[in-house]
Write a protein that binds this ligand. Structure first.
Ligand code: ADP
Ligand code: GN1
Ligand code: MG
Length: 361
């Protein structure tokens, strides 16, 4: 803890801030980075807030490349937003520069930090409260992909190789199972049986992609509801955040990951799976919103691939949570011992109910 505080102090000294730093506190419910809200009081007495994040280097092995992607994409989006008469300070992130002009700070322990302005007067939801919010988030993610349609995808770094390569996620799970380093395999037989029965399904999207039947686009790849900020008053989608995994990908990945998290009746880590259901009405709501913004650029094959995205992103996430559980919880942040197992179970329940729904609709 003392170590973190020392590094935090070092990172705080690397930025000019707009005044004197008055408050620094842990912030948000992300599973990956260490996020802090920083409040600084200026000479005029006004308080400005910022988001300070330590990039998770166990996961993002090349933080400079993550930041190069983010700077490139956000500058591109700023230009588009200005041309469309929007507010570039509010509608996309801005990586602030350190006092020596870099979009990140590397501390003495070789950890990487970055700062974004805090987008005020917004809400970040952990669960959908009403249809309108989900519709808005769908429009925003659809628009995000459409706006990045002319971004030079070949300049993007692959920040996490094979991120949505579902068959390789399956293989990783099997490797973790074989090792069973924490002696947990015996307690997850039922879950493994469910996953094994869907081994062939895992390759559906990657196969279509390899055959050139689905176009590769610039995608966000982590489109859960808490990676978008909505206007606190109008509930309009304002800003897409968490841009670490922007990489070339499929529309079905972005669509699917939003469905996985949002078209669900309980939290991702709900221990009582009887409370978790796939919400088909919310699915339709998201589909309508997404197509309203992205429908004009999606091919027929892509539209047909969206339900597969929902199922496979959910199955894949379930496999990732289970792999982490078997490997001793080193990837996703946890706050209680079986949280990754709880997360696995909710995802598998959703997969099951999606299958029932998609087989009839
Ligand atoms: P992680 O990769 O750990 O999920 P995120 O970048 O998603 O990290 O940030 C974690 C949380 O911090 C978000 O869910 C959101 O609540 C909050 N957050 C991040 N960036 C901003 C911002 N610029 N303005 C306001 N809140 C933010
Ligand atoms: C992580 O960073 P965060 O909390 O928005 C993860 C996603 C998972 C998600 C599950 C880089 O997202 O891939 O779908 O948890 N991000 C990374 O909630 O692995
Ligand atoms: Mg996040």
């Amino acid at each position: 803890m003392e170590d973190t505080q020392l590094c935090l102090k070092e990172a705080l000294e690397a930025y000019a801030w707009n005044g004197r730093v008055e408050d620094v506190r842990r912030y948000g419910a992300g599973h990956i980075n260490d996020t802090f809200a920083v409040a600084a009081r200026g000479m005029d007495g006004r308080v400005t807030r910022y988001i300070l994040q330590q990039i998770n280097k166990n996961i993002f092995k090349k933080p400079e490349e993550v930041m190069e992607n983010i700077v490139g994409v956000t500058l591109f989006l700023k230009d588009k937003i200005m041309r469309n008469g929007g507010d570039p300070e509010r509608e996309t992130l801005t990586a602030l520069l350190t006092t020596d002009g870099k979009p990140y700070f590397r501390d003495a322990k070789q950890e990487y930090w970055r700062v974004f302005p805090f987008i005020e007067d917004t809400v970040c939801l952990q669960q959908v409260e009403n249809k309108a919010q989900f519709f808005e988030s769908a429009r925003s993610f659809g628009k995000f992909m459409r706006l990045l349609g002319s971004y030079p995808a070949e300049t993007l770094h692959e920040t996490i190789p094979h991120f949505h390569d579902t068959p390789s996620r399956y293989d990783n799970l099997m490797k973790a199972l074989e090792k069973d380093a924490f002696g947990r395999a015996a307690s997850v037989e039922k879950e493994l049986e469910f996953i094994r029965a869907r081994k062939e399904d895992c390759a559906h999207l990657t196969r279509l992609k390899a055959e050139g039947k689905l176009p590769v686009r610039v995608t966000h790849n982590d489109t859960k509801l808490n990676n978008i900020l909505l206007d606190v008053v109008t509930q309009e989608g304002i800003c897409i955040i968490d841009l670490d995994t922007i990489m070339p990908g499929l529309a079905a990945y972005d669509f699917g990951d939003s469905i996985r998290f949002g078209a669900a009746t309980a939290a991702e880590d709900e221990p009582d799976t009887s409370l978790m259901h796939f919400d088909a009405k919310l699915y339709q709501t998201y589909l309508d919103g997404y197509l309203q913004e992205a429908g004009s650029v999606l091919t027929e094959e892509e539209i047909a691939s969206l339900p597969w995205g929902a199922k496979l992103m959910t199955l894949e996430c379930g496999m990732r949570f289970l792999t982490d559980y078997l490997e001793g919880d080193h990837y996703f942040k946890i706050s209680h011992p079986d949280q990754n197992l709880d997360r696995t179970r909710t995802q598998l329940k959703l997969v099951y109910e999606m299958e029932q729904y998609f087989s009839k609709n």
